[in-house]
Ligand binder design. Structure first.
Ligand code: I3S
Length: 128
């Protein structure tokens, strides 16, 4: 219903540093390339910007191009199975466009927070 009011910001807006790698692009398997990225969740979009020397500052986002952005609408999120990565606390994100990402942090609290936020986002935008 386009006339229904929406809150000004989504409860799932979030940012922080994560390790990320694509594993599939346009439905094709790609080679893993884990990088530390500044991740921003806004609306249904999840954006990654290469950190400036691993920094966590917003200035880095302004200065560097976003590495890539994925649209979470119609996507899915789950805990990655052991065969996807040997790392701990790994989330697998699949998009409707055929991109699969692994996101990870050594900090389990950080990862649990992201897991919840990503699920929120997907359910909030499920009918768009
Ligand atoms: O799933 P894989 O192929 O075992 O992933 C590992 C590789 O990408 C490896 O790099 P090489 O492409 O040089 O083999 C990475 O260094 C590892 O981190 C990858 O595995 P993990 O289990 O860390 O996701």
């Amino acid at each position: 219903n386009p006339s229904s009011p929406k809150p000004p910001t989504s409860p799932s807006e979030k940012c922080g540093v994560l390790n990320v790698t694509k594993i599939t692009e346009h439905g094709k398997k790609v080679r893993k390339n884990w990088t530390s990225s500044w991740a921003v969740l806004q609306g249904s979009m999840l954006l990654f910007a290469k950190g400036q020397g691993g920094g966590t500052s917003w200035f880095g986002v302004g200065q560097s191009k976003p590495e890539f952005t994925v649209d979470l609408r119609g996507g899915s999120v789950e805990w990655a199975s052991k065969d996807k990565s040997s790392k701990k606390h790994v989330i697998e994100v699949k998009t409707r466009q055929g991109t699969e990402l692994l996101i990870q942090s050594e900090n389990d609290v950080v990862v649990n927070d992201w897991y919840r936020a990503l699920l929120d986002t997907i359910s909030t935008h499920a009918w768009e």
